[in-house]
Design a protein around this ligand. Structure first.
Ligand code: MF3
Ligand code: CO
Ligand code: CO
Length: 266
């Protein structure tokens, strides 16, 4: 059961932040690289192949491959979630992108032991107005969530801000998947809900976590396919997602998964 105050949250020191900074920048450049490949006619396996080649050239590791243990190991190196897929879509050679699709690419390369986890949703050709608004609002939801991160605020404030942003447009907020602590391990405490769950855990300098709202055109409900990973919306309508990895500073927040020199709020 969810506890209203979460425990066992790591506080990272300057060395940890330096490691996360490097890991985050690599994740951002991998995601940028894959994003430039998106066009009608490519298959999602092409993106996975490119991610494998990209980390190999740099001596890095893609955390998703084999993640989840022997019984339910994720079979690819990135997640690719198209249209009604909420998250954890599995790249494959039969899935060809076409005009009007949206695709979320989620990458987590490991650099010197540190994980950088980031994702974005990309248009394949020109989207409909309805889909454009969904995707733009989802990125806005992530920004709204990041904006409240500072020492003294509560983790529940993040989901509250995200939910308000999504509900203002009539969208559903996915509850079954959450942001998470991250560092030398992929998923650690705390869990970061993207809806208002009343989490009273105090945010402290040195905490490192992701925020990764999944916002649905229709119902918030999702289900997992028989492959054990692919999550889809219950009503088959589109879902979008954006994700950053960040660390809490004395002043507020440092977003690790930006390329050098990028100001996310500019
Ligand atoms: N990158 C996802 C996240 O944001 C997790 C993917 S788990 C995997 O937390 F096994 F599917 F890769
Ligand atoms: Co994540
Ligand atoms: Co991710």
């Amino acid at each position: 059961m969810f506890s209203k105050v979460q425990k066992n949250i790591e506080i990272m020191n300057a060395e940890g932040f330096a490691g996360m900074r490097k890991a985050g920048r690599n994740a951002a450049s991998l995601l940028n690289h894959l994003s430039t490949m998106v066009k009608p006619g490519i298959c999602t396996q092409d993106l996975d192949d490119a991610a494998v080649a990209w980390v190999k050239e740099r001596g890095l590791i893609n955390a998703p491959l084999g993640y989840g243990g022997p019984d339910n190991a994720f079979p690819r190196s990135i997640c690719t979630s198209v249209n009604e897929v909420v998250c954890h879509g599995i790249p494959n050679k039969h899935e060809i992108l076409k005009k009007g699709d949206i695709i979320n690419i989620d990458v987590t390369p490991i650099t010197d032991g540190y994980h950088g986890d980031t994702s974005r949703t990309i248009f394949v050709g020109e989207p409909s107005d309805e889909i454009r608004k969904l995707v733009e609002t989802t990125e806005l939801c992530l920004r709204k969530g990041i904006e409240v991160v500072k020492p003294g605020a509560r983790l529940g404030d993040i989901g509250k801000a995200i939910e308000a942003c999504a509900h203002a447009r009539g969208y559903g907020v996915v509850k079954d998947f959450v942001g998470h602590g991250i560092g030398r391990r992929f998923h650690t405490p705390p869990q970061i809900a993207h809806y208002d769950n009343g989490d009273r855990t105090r945010i402290k300098a040195g905490m490192v976590f992701t925020i990764e709202p999944m916002i649905n055109l229709g119902t918030w409900e999702s289900e997992i396919l028989d492959d054990g990973w692919t999550a889809i919306t219950l009503d088959g309508k589109a879902s979008a997602q954006f994700e950053h990895t960040m660390g809490v500073t004395e002043k507020g927040v440092e977003i690790f998964t930006l390329e050098e020199g990028v100001d996310y709020f500019a």
